[in-house]
Ligand binder design. Structure first.
Ligand SMILES: [Fe+2]
Length: 256
């Protein structure tokens, strides 16, 4: 059973927090009791997750989308007050890891999604390795044997437990797939230049369909939440392997 500090140090080191600048403070966001026996993991902090942690007598909550973002108004009121009050009243710690998880070389959502889809090769810097390092927020997966677009959608739905929607304007046979978990809608301009057969991300916006049509792109949006479950589940597994703790992933269904 780890003391809180031990868990914090391990998480910060494993997820290489010091190397990544982000829009939120990664690591311990709210300090709870010293000893950790039970941990609840979830994609995002919200009242349901806090209440699940209280119900399961968890000592800590670990999430991908935490309580504090750099753009937040520096005031604690409304829904924030309620979440924070319950966390503090119950002496629970809250840890959040955002970009360190998105970019992680071993357990990023993107890597786990591509592995789950059964790709034969994963390329960090885009197709043919000719993409700038800046784009490594996503990963390219290559299928040795191309599959039909509709087969890919079936695999996506099964792997991510989702019902993906899509704009099907590209090739029928898919060999290369670029994945950006979560909010990847703004990357569509870059994706068009990657030369991949399909793009899988979490979300979409009003302009997406016409860009996909004009660029002859297969654009799949499988949900921000659903594309960011894999890394959190895997992080929980890693914590459970490293420490003598119970870890429970709390899955709060989210349509977006
Ligand atoms: Fe996200």
């Amino acid at each position: 059973m780890p003391v809180r500090k031990e868990l914090e140090n391990w998480l910060d080191e494993y997820l290489e927090v010091g190397r990544i600048s982000d829009y939120l403070p990664n690591g311990l966001q709210i300090e709870g009791r010293d000893t950790i026996k039970k941990i609840v993991t979830a994609v995002s902090i919200n009242l349901e997750v806090v209440e699940a942690a209280i119900k399961h007598r968890a000592d800590a909550i670990v999430v991908h989308h935490g309580m504090f973002w750099k753009s937040d108004k520096p005031a604690i009121s409304g829904y924030r007050k309620l979440r924070i009050k319950k966390i503090i009243d119950n002496d629970i710690s809250l840890f959040a890891y955002h970009l360190p998880l998105d970019l992680h070389p071993e357990i990023s959502h993107n890597r786990l999604i591509l592995k789950g889809l059964g790709v034969d090769e994963i390329d960090g810097y885009g197709n043919n390795g000719n993409i700038k390092k800046d784009y490594s927020i996503g990963l390219t997966g290559i299928f040795e044997k191309p599959l039909l677009f509709d087969q890919l959608i079936k695999r996506v739905n099964k792997t991510l437990k989702t019902e993906a929607r899509y704009f099907k304007y590209g090739k029928k046979n898919i060999q290369s797939l670029y994945v950006v978990s979560g909010a990847g809608r703004n990357m569509i301009d870059q994706i068009s230049h990657l030369g991949v057969d399909a793009y899988l991300t979490g979300d979409v916006q009003e302009s997406t369909e016409h860009i996909a049509k004009e660029e002859r792109l297969n654009y799949i949006f499988a949900g921000h939440y659903n594309t960011e479950r894999p890394g959190m589940i895997e992080l929980g597994e890693k914590i459970g392997q490293r420490f003598q703790v119970d870890v429970l992933f709390v899955d709060i269904n989210n349509p977006l």
